[in-house]
Design a protein around this ligand. Structure first.
Ligand code: MEV
Length: 309
């Protein structure tokens, strides 16, 4: 019996980084990209094949700092089981290390595949918790937003440590997601913000408060139906400015943000941890292709047009 599980990518609409400090953030799943696990029972020891991650090894020879092995081991411990004789094939169309939640999505498909293998029903909350444990091992001080939006496959208004609040998107809207192609590990951006926050708490708490205000406004606009896309775009632009001030933007991100605005986007900002990775632009559906084209001309290595519902 072969088991297949999938999980989507994600983007953060607003509130990244401030969410680590207790402020709310909004994240939405991106179903155009996914992580996939295929678990095949065999007669030999647990074998992991992950070509996108350039990995091919046995579980018992995994290095201690390997997130795939950690996801497997935490799940086995949860079920009180020994490593089964299986081959686990992992693939991802989510670009790795670019703010689209590849790490949380890969952990999610592993947890779900093993739960099915052992016929252990796992609530979505439990999946999210297990993935959060892995995130904590590799991302320093994660808020838990990535594992939540990806495990639930739902748009969320997220506050660290609080029960999940679903975001009701009254009227679908269109985002163009542009990839700088720059790999930027989350823990570096998050760790940099922490250092600067420690050195200048008052100023950073002020930035985070300003981000909180715009996240709350964004929620109202999205839940009431986007009759005012310009207002939502303005909030995204303000969020980008604050992200620049806290030091997580980059020249590549800013070039793409400018290109999107020049092509008529209502607003644009980096999305996720920053320092590279992806940016997002709010666009009228009819303009999505033009914005996508401008992003490519400005150096985007990949562009996704996503309807948020
Ligand atoms: C990463 O997708 C979002 C950050 O806010 C980190 C986190 O919340 O764990 C940068």
């Amino acid at each position: 019996m072969t088991i297949t599980t999938t999980a989507p990518g994600k983007i953060i609409l607003c509130g990244e980084h401030a969410v680590v400090y207790g402020r709310p953030a909004i994240a939405v799943p991106v179903s155009q990209v996914e992580a996939k696990a295929v678990l095949i029972p065999t007669k030999t020891k647990f074998h992991i094949i992950a070509p996108d991650l350039k990995r091919d090894y046995r579980l018992d020879s995994a290095l201690p700092d390997d997130p795939i092995a950690s996801s497997i081991k935490l799940t086995l411990a949860q079920f009180d089981e020994l490593p089964p004789h299986v081959t686990l094939q992992l693939t991802a169309t989510i670009p790795l290390g670019r703010g689209l939640g590849s790490g949380a999505a890969i952990s999610t498909v592993i947890v779900r595949a093993l739960a099915q293998y052992f016929e252990q029903p796992l609530s979505t909350d439990m999946v999210s918790r297990l993935v959060f444990e892995v995130e904590k091992l590799y991302h320093g001080t994660p808020s838990g937003i990535d594992n939540t939006v990806i495990a639930y496959q739902q748009s969320v208004y997220f506050i660290k440590g609080r029960p999940i609040q679903r975001l009701r998107v009254k009227q679908p809207f269109c985002l163009v997601i542009g990839d700088t192609g720059v790999v930027a590990p989350t823990h570096i951006a998050v760790g940099g913000v922490r250092e600067r926050w420690q050195a200048n708490r008052e100023q950073y708490e002020g930035y985070f408060d300003d981000i909180e205000t715009l996240v709350r406004h964004t929620r109202v606009i999205v839940e009431q139906g986007i009759s005012k896309p310009k207002a939502l775009g303005k909030l995204m632009n303000e969020n980008q400015e604050l992200l620049e001030q806290i030091g997580v933007s980059s020249p590549e991100l800013e070039r793409l943000v400018q290109a999107a605005r020049q092509a008529g986007a209502w607003g644009a900002k980096l999305s996720g941890a920053g320092l590279g990775g992806n940016m997002i632009a709010l666009v009228e559906l009819a303009q999505a292709d033009a914005v996508a084209q401008n992003l490519r001309q400005a150096g985007a290595t990949d562009v996704i047009i996503s309807q948020i519902e």
